[in-house]
Design a protein around this ligand. Structure first.
Ligand code: CTP
Length: 402
């Protein structure tokens, strides 16, 4: 099940550390390669020797481990944490104490495990484990929220008898459940193979004169994350983007445009054969009626009047053939009612509602808080990384529209 997968297991100092022996056995039995890192306090709960035997690898505890300098032949001993961070397909930290979680959030790296977190390039999964009061403490909750916003996956603790003897929430999820979580995480999601998707992203700019324009604050991050996620899940992706400071995978067909009119033309030229369209671009609703051929010199000449741009999404909804259509709505009041109106008037299959005034949501941020709305359901999602929002939108497509 996990053949060829490389799992880095980080154990911090909680009583549940002893259960990781069983978890490591499960990973090894499933064919994974496992390396274990322990914090010094974790060694008080379970023997590194046990974990070394079970993982069939040496267990690293300290940043400078003199007895291990023999390894310096193949790996520079001082940079093992970087080697480990680059080696893994996934980094699981279980149990993750309140202390380790807080240090990860702050970027502290005063032990090998924490240094490896900073140096890791793979996805990270954290299983918080602690006493109920510590878990419910506002600071811990804030820290867990921050991990989530950075794209780190959380395996929620469960209710049960805690080390303190009290019953409550904070117990580490059972090894079998953690195993299943990691297995699903590592399973390459290729659920968009043979699908063709058109994604729009970024702002449009509407010229006033040769040196001035009107535009908006869209960074393009949301649309680029959707394009990237769809590509990684196997789709053939066409990305039409307004001016942004982002790069896309070379196998994504990227078309750069400036104005709403150019975006409209590019969409029409590329719509053929698509299975679904995600209009994440913040297309300008209006443009200056006349573009001055020369630079406007004085405010007296600045008599701007505007005309509407073509509503690309509306056009697609009206001319919808085989493709499914997902739009975005940016609302700051009567959000759900307004988004539902748009869903209907633009003939969409689903609309992603976001409110830029919510903290951490909207333009420029790496996170977003959205609500997915279709004819039947209104599904509010928590604040999460834009990549996770992208995957949620694609999950919706796979489940309901494909
Ligand atoms: N859209 C479009 N063409 C336009 C304007 C918007 O395709 N000329 C698309 C956007 O890509 C987005 C959705 O329509 O998917 C947003 O709808 P819009 O009616 O522009 O609403 P908002 O900008 O969210 O809000 P408002 O109602 O204030 O215009």
């Amino acid at each position: 099940m996990l053949k060829g997968k490389k799992i880095l297991v980080g154990i911090s100092g909680g009583i549940a550390a002893y259960k990781i022996c069983n978890l490591v056995r499960l990973f090894i039995k499933a064919g994974a390669e496992v390396r274990v890192i322990m914090t010094p306090s974790a060694t008080k709960f379970v023997s590194p020797l046990t974990l070394s035997v079970l993982s069939r690898n040496e267990v690293i505890i300290n940043i400078f481990n003199e007895s291990d300098f023999s390894k310096a032949e193949s790996v520079n001993a001082g940079t093992w944490h970087i080697e480990y961070g680059m080696w893994a397909d996934v980094f699981l930290i279980a149990p993750a104490t309140a202390n380790t979680i807080a240090k990860i959030v702050c970027g502290i790296s005063d032990n090998f495990l924490l240094s490896a977190v900073l140096a890791s390039r793979c996805g990270i999964i954290v299983a918080p484990t602690m006493d109920e009061d510590m878990f419910k403490a506002q600071i811990t909750q804030d820290n867990i929220k921050k991990l989530r916003e950075r794209g780190i996956k959380i395996i929620e603790p469960i209710e049960g008898e805690l080390a303190s003897g009290l019953n409550g929430i904070g117990k580490m999820a059972e090894p079998e459940d953690i195993f299943e979580f990691v297995r699903l995480y590592l399973k390459d999601k290729k659920d968009l193979i043979n699908k063709k998707v058109l994604v729009t992203a970024g702002p449009t700019v509407e010229s006033i004169d040769p040196v001035r324009f009107i535009s908006n604050y869209s960074s393009g991050k949301m649309g680029f994350e959707i394009a990237k996620a769809a590509f990684e899940r196997g789709a053939e992706v066409t990305l039409i983007s307004g001016p942004v400071n982002l790069s896309a995978h070379s196998k994504i067909k990227r078309i750069d445009v400036q104005s709403a009119q150019e975006m409209f033309t590019a969409v029409k030229d590329n719509i053929k054969g698509k299975d679904f369209v995600v209009m994440a671009a913040a297309v300008s609703d209006f443009k200056p009626k006349n573009i001055s051929g020369r630079k406007i010199k004085s405010i007296n000449e600045f008599n701007l009047s505007f005309s509407y741009t073509t509503d690309i999404l509306h056009y697609l909804g009206k001319n919808k053939k085989r493709f499914k259509l997902i739009g975005f709505a940016l609302e700051t009041e009567n959000e759900i009612a307004n988004a539902k109106k748009k869903l209907k008037s633009k003939n969409l299959d689903m609309i992603v509602l976001n409110n830029p005034s919510v903290e951490g949501a909207g333009f420029g941020t790496d996170t977003n808080k959205v609500t997915l709305i279709d004819k039947k359901d209104v599904t509010e999602l928590p604040l999460m990384s834009k990549r996770d929002v992208a995957d949620s939108i694609l999950d919706y497509y796979v489940k309901n529209l494909s």
